[in-house]
Design a protein around this ligand. Sequence first.
Ligand code: HEM
Length: 531
Amino acid sequence: MTRLLGSTAINSDPSIHQSIYFLANKIMEIFPSSQSLLLSFSIIISVIFIYVKWIPLGSKNRKNIPPSPRKLPIIGNFHQLGSIPSRNLQILSQKYGPIMLLHFGSIPTVIASSAEAAEEIMKIHDLSLCSRPTLTMPNILFYGSKSISFSPYGEYWRRMKSIIVLKLLSNTRVKSYKKVREDEIVHMIRVLGESCGTTVDMGSMFVSLTNDIICRVALGRKFDGLKYTDLLKRFMDMFTVFSIGAYIPWLSWVDRINGSIGRAEKIAKEFDEFLEGIIEEHLSKKNKEGAKSNEGEDFVDILLEIQKDKTSNGFTLHRDSLKVVLLFLEAFLGGTETTYASLEWALSELIRNPRVMKKLQQEVTEIAQGRSMIYDEDLEKMPYLKAVLKESLRLHTPAPLLVPRKSMQDIKLMGYDIAEGTQVIINAWAIGRDPALWEEPYEFKPERFLNNTISYQGFHSEWLPFGGGRRVCPGINFSVPVIELAIANIVYKFDMVLPNGVKNEDLDMSEEISITIRKKSSLRVLVTHRF
Ligand code: HEM
């Protein structure tokens, strides 16, 4: 990037003229005598000569660099991110355009804020832009960035992603988790039923639901003891710790001194011991029971099988990689946070919009035909439910800036030159609220998703909650049925109002950034049976 920026800076920056003038004045101040006048005059002439010599050379190599907001020394544009970066970047893009160049410390970062720009990134330049930058915390917590989400593009990432897509999260495999999904939703509905007439914290309820489903599917059983939840919380919290060394390398000693590296290493070690325990538990169970049918296999069983089968396409799944799949699974992070954040936003929008809630309750009630609950196979007959979830993901994209990409070569993006090594961020949150794409973009109107072909896989760049291209989220088939089934059953069985006489329409929808963009205050509701 510096290479690209170099020539343009010298040619186009008016500060060069100011600098020559400033230099001349300084020389006159330092050497006021008449002999020195000659010396200073010749220096000025030399500087002008060098500058003029640059012009033809520069114009030949001139690069078209994206517009940039003014940056500060050392920190670059960090100060412009604020507490909700997606929103502040959206505001900046209204001034600087859909492609802008910012600097986070010394890291040049392109921000794409329009569907057209996202389309170019994910379709035309997907191969050049599908690597990931190295980030300090994931590097420590994921065995040297061995996780699929954070590993750079290459053979390792391809093999690991195909294991996740084909072996753990394929359509057939996800269907086989039906019982776990339904069991846990029945459990949640029972707890809600018992809490009727009292205020329920739906945020915590959704955390337990997603955590229990993912633990059962990935690890074979629930882990909800205090020790485990505390470890998980500390692990997740590490992702929100800002590492200065990742952006200003010569200040990386600060991360050691302030203890953040030490804390991350300690948590990584504790989690490693926890996962080792689970793997050993599975191995000894397998030894006792011998080879059995695939029925009821969890992710650990499947991964241990792949590890045993060393001949499988010449790829050896090392123990660290196995643990990292479980660890992230991108379960705990990719899976849980995003899924429960989506659940909480969707239910909040329904509560705030009684018209939509009523229409959805009519749909689910009609399909349920008096049965005690909604099942997986009913979901296909509920177009309005699907539209509600899509509209909620449009307004509340859980990963608003997706996951940063990194350019593997120089490219031209919407006419701008982007150098190899540049970080590329897509502001999916801003695209989802772009008035050029969405009528009344701030209104919750699920009807806009009825009778259209917008799918989850990122083929439509105006709506990208799961990203797109080679790096698209592989957890779509897993999380969408969980969210749909939970919402369908909750609105089928219960009516909800806000406590303390607050009108439903006045529900506080403030956002907060953790790993995802979450509701700032947990959703608390008074629940009553519908029938
Ligand atoms: C509502 C739920 C979810 C949302 C909104 C979501 C969103 C995302 C997004 C935006 C990305 C980055 C895509 C890109 O860079 O273009 C991603 C990547 C990923 N997600 Fe999800 N996700 C969800 C659920 C899940 C679940 C349940 C799992 C696993 C069980 C999962 C596993 C992953 C993995 C492994 C990646 C990395 C893909 C790669 O880098 O190649 N996600 N997700």
